[in-house]
Unconditional design. Structure first.
Length: 191
């Protein structure tokens, strides 16, 4: 069976650039998440379905992984199962041979370097925007605003919900909840 794998970093990004070159695939898995982690829902689903003799096609190395270690780990796992991995842009089939490992390590390092350049340019842009007083940061989500309101009411004694209930009602995760709770407490203390 021939599987295609597509990854874009955000839901707004267009997948057609990748899916157009994967037309001969029996099944295509599409992740709309960052490649910072190799733990991605569709990638994991594809990995569970892979069998000896299958082929995985990916448009480019950086779509599979952004760091060399994750890339080599994924490829070792797949080729260890007898799966061929093809990178269309690079016209390369990874077969776990020394030459393939060298090339993939080199391509993985380039993808990792590209990611670090993106982060550096982003940081520089933010620093310049802050100097010019134009940086506003990431906009607060509706969920976070709802959580802030619920936390404020709870701390004021107007609401008797547990932290878990507030997280569930507002749709935010633990880390964001406790950060918001800390911010609200600081605001209340200042006032």
């Amino acid at each position: 069976m021939i599987f295609g794998y597509v990854r874009v970093s955000t839901k707004e990004q267009n997948i057609e650039r990748q899916t157009d070159v994967l037309t001969a695939c029996d099944k295509i898995f599409i992740d709309r998440v960052s490649a910072k982690s190799a733990d991605r829902p569709e990638l994991n689903a594809m990995r569970q379905q892979l069998r000896d003799g299958d082929t995985v096609r990916v448009k480019s190395v950086d779509r599979l992984a952004r760091n060399t270690q994750d890339l080599l780990t994924l490829l070792a796992e797949m080729t260890g199962q007898g799966v061929n991995v093809e990178f269309i842009d690079n016209k390369m089939v990874f077969d776990n041979q020394p030459t393939s490992k060298f090339m993939i390590t080199l391509l993985g390092a380039v993808a990792e370097l590209e990611r670090s350049f993106i982060r550096q340019r982003q940081s520089e842009g933010i620093a310049i925007a802050k100097q010019k007083k134009r940086y506003k940061g990431r906009p607060t989500s509706d969920n976070a605003l709802k959580a802030q309101k619920l936390i404020t009411e709870k701390l004021a004694g107007k609401l008797s919900l547990t932290d878990a209930e507030i997280m569930q009602l507002s749709g935010i995760q633990h880390a964001q909840f406790y950060r918001l709770k800390k911010e609200v407490k600081c605001t209340i203390t200042i006032i």
